[in-house]
Ligand binder design. Structure first.
Ligand SMILES: [Zn+2]
Length: 148
């Protein structure tokens, strides 16, 4: 499966969260072409402020000794909390669905030696934009009003 294929799996996680009334941001962790874990934002579902999509995916992957051969797919450009976690654990590569609805921290990740690709996925852009239009307060709360 290629980057677009894995990103679609992350999108399916985002869609699942949207269908649950939560923020439509999904993530998939891949190593050696195999899906290790998938997750999505659970702030609304679990009442957990740090349960962003990337954090949920990393948590569901469980303990791992190293992450340098891991690629993390995320439908939306990572916030600083998630970017910091990616740097802390040394995740080797990050593939971002889109950075139109949220600029995020791709440059920060690159500055720390992490490979970042931005796919500009139309389905990721459209679902996030729909959610922001429908639930502006939930979106503002998710990123505490920040743009990166
Ligand atoms: Zn985040």
């Amino acid at each position: 499966m290629d980057d677009a294929g894995f990103m679609h799996l992350a999108f399916e996680q985002a869609q699942k969260s949207y269908d649950e009334g939560g923020l439509p941001i999904g993530a998939v962790m891949v190593e050696d072409g195999q899906v290790v874990a998938a997750g999505h934002n659970r702030r609304v579902q679990d009442g957990d402020p740090v349960a962003h999509g990337e954090m949920d995916c990393i948590r569901r992957a469980g303990r791992r000794p190293r992450y340098d051969r891991v690629t993390l797919y995320t439908t939306l450009s990572p916030c600083m909390m998630c970017a910091g976690t990616i740097v802390q654990f040394g995740i080797g590569r990050v593939v971002v669905g889109e950075d139109r609805n949220f600029a995020g921290n791709a440059e920060f990740l690159r500055s720390r030696g992490i490979e970042v690709a931005v796919l500009d996925s139309a389905e990721c852009v459209e679902l996030m934009a729909r959610f922001i239009a429908e639930h502006p307060r939930l979106w503002d709360e998710d990123i505490a009003g920040k743009d990166g």
